[in-house]
Design a protein around this ligand. Structure first.
Ligand code: SF4
Length: 558
């Protein structure tokens, strides 16, 4: 993919210096940027114009007709001057026929009526037309609860149907690609998915065939619709025509708790909403942030949560006796670790952390290194091809944060850790969120260690031979902050509880206590306060100031 811009259109965003014009919205005069799309003009002033095909980030096509409104231009005198009414404002010459709001822009003296009897009649007629061939299968449709057809039908429809003829039947359960199923009978031909594929991800494989009532969405006969961003079409499809194979029929959407957080699939840090119920994550959907991901996210990141519900999940702290691991209560595990750590001299222990950990966790991990006088610590870099749209080449979500808190040397210390372990100089290793064999260590080398502590979500080669296993949390199971590749500091919010009941920052805080540290943080807020006091670039920040959209840091000053 090449030549991407995150926002090919942006009908809702205008620079502050854009010239303003006076527009009358339902009788009230307001000032808006010249050229602003009328759906956005209305939205800005608390009026909702229903629409299907219009999307603020896609080209306007004006084909669903749901946004019909009344519109008028200033009445002109014979001298071509606006006629001013008794209220001191231009009088409006209302057009006899309704116009589509999505394809019209704000201009001086324009008037719109968004909820007049005529617009209400138009909406009823459009709804009736759209429902003629619709299967009306809401009870078994996965979109139920977030379907615009359902919503607008109840809000603007007639509630009855005059259609007694046979409906047109179209293909159902179409396998569009690896991740999406298409039900053509539900499609209202808005073309959002076609425009997204063609204009946003430059993968022009969707289109319409046949005519009239038989007009049908399909993919190119020789191609599948399975580009890296395909699931965004499920989000923007206003009806249940496109559904995600991963999510469909798993959970009714009205049961989902929504938590705003960020994706940790790579260093872009796309803003997302986690949908969960009773400590189970069911889906991720993108959350708009113009500074990061616009309204989109990649399919990999969207589906990168299944580890959390993996049946092999480590859920209890464990200690090893012989070749077996046994569950141990948290307080016992920290007691035993503390006793074992006391037997090491400075320089005999190393730490391997992860740039998948939050700033707060890495900050505490660095402090653990100081407590134990550990000189060798680093993160394991991780790369994938990335692309020119959203996927960053850096597959770690918090490489910048790891550098900021001075835990990371970009992986340059890892060869020294490897050599130290292989030579026997390093006798103890604490590995957090990483499999230490990824730095080239053999299991045999790890088995020689007198103390190996591994915190992990799933079993791996390191946990198998470690003396202590600590159940760590995934991205949706923790609070914290990360810094993306462009230096944006963003927050993670906890959507579900970690199975081991302790958040990762608490585990590291307890490890520090076990190692004899006198500094003990009693809340996550306290950790961030200390972090912002110690890291100059974070000075003056608190969790509230980071907010839901993050704040930009100038990493050149780090
Ligand atoms: Fe619109 Fe959905 Fe049909 Fe695509 S599948 S044209 S997004 S209704």
């Amino acid at each position: 993919m090449s030549g991407h811009s995150i926002n090919p259109c942006n009908h809702d965003i205008f620079p502050p210096e854009a010239p303003l014009v006076n527009v009358q919205v339902d009788g009230e005069w307001v000032q808006v940027p010249k050229g602003m799309n009328l759906i956005e003009v209305a939205r800005r002033h608390g009026k909702f114009i229903p629409h299907y095909c219009y999307h603020p980030k896609l080209q306007v096509v004006g084909n669903c007709r749901m946004c019909l409104i009344e519109m008028g231009t200033p009445k002109m005198s014979p001298e071509r001057k606006p006629i001013i009414g008794a209220d001191g404002k231009p009088e409006i010459n209302w057009m006899p026929r309704p116009q589509i709001a999505c394809a019209s822009q704000a201009s001086e003296g324009l008037g719109i009526r968004t909820d007049s009897p005529l617009t209400q009649e138009c909406r009823k007629a459009v709804m009736e037309f759209l429902l003629i061939n619709h299967p009306l299968d809401c009870p078994i449709c996965d979109q139920a609860g977030e379907c615009k057809l359902q919503e607008f039908s109840s809000e603007y429809g007639t509630g009855t149907s005059r259609f007694v003829e046979q409906k047109v039947h179209k293909p159902k359960h179409q396998d569009l690609g690896a991740r999406i199923v298409l039900d053509d009978e539900r499609c209202i031909l808005c073309s959002r998915c076609v425009r997204f594929a063609r204009d946003v991800v430059k993968d022009d494989v969707l289109g319409f065939v046949n005519r009239g009532s038989y007009n049908t969405l399909t993919s190119h006969p020789d191609k599948k619709f399975d580009n890296d961003y395909s699931l965004n079409t499920v989000d923007i499809c206003p009806v249940g025509a496109l559904t995600s194979k991963d999510f469909r029929f798993k959970m009714r959407v009205w049961f989902l708790k929504e938590t705003e957080t960020i994706c940790t699939g790579c260093a872009t840090g796309c803003n997302v909403t986690v949908g969960s119920r009773e400590d189970v994550v069911y889906r991720l959907t993108p959350r708009g942030n113009e500074e990061v991901n616009s309204d989109w996210m990649c399919d990999f990141g969207r589906l990168d949560f299944h580890d959390l519900g993996d049946s092999r999940r480590i859920s209890q702290p464990q200690s090893r006796a012989g070749a077996e691991h046994f569950s141990v209560p948290w307080q016992d595990v920290f007691l035993q670790i503390g006793q074992r750590l006391a037997g090491f001299k400075p320089g005999e222990v190393a730490l391997i952390g992860s740039a998948r950990m939050t700033n707060e966790e890495l900050y505490l991990f660095k402090k653990l290194a100081e407590d134990l006088k550990i000189e060798l610590f680093d993160i394991i870099p991780r790369e994938w091809p990335g692309d020119s749209f959203l996927k960053s080449k850096d597959k770690n979500p918090n490489s910048a944060g790891a550098k900021l808190v001075k835990f990371s040397s970009g992986g340059s210390v890892l060869p020294k850790i490897k050599e130290g372990i292989e030579s026997g100089r390093i006798r103890g290793l604490i590995s957090f969120h990483e499999d230490a064999t990824a730095i080239g260590l053999s299991r045999a080398a790890l088995e020689k260690l007198s103390l190996l502590i591994a915190a992990s979500i799933l079993p791996n080669d390191t946990t198998t031979v470690s003396h202590f296993i600590l159940p760590s949390g995934g991205f949706a199971e923790k609070r914290g902050s990360m810094v993306n590749a462009k230096g944006r500091l963003q927050r993670l919010h906890k959507a579900v509880n970690p199975p081991g009941s302790m958040e990762d920052w608490e585990i590291i805080n307890s490890l520090r206590k076990a190692a004899g540290s006198q500094q003990n943080f009693s809340s996550f807020e306290e950790v961030f306060k200390s972090l912002s006091a110690d890291v100059p670039l974070l000075a003056g920040l608190n969790l509230g100031k980071i907010g839901d959209k993050g704040v930009q840091l100038d990493l050149s000053k780090a």
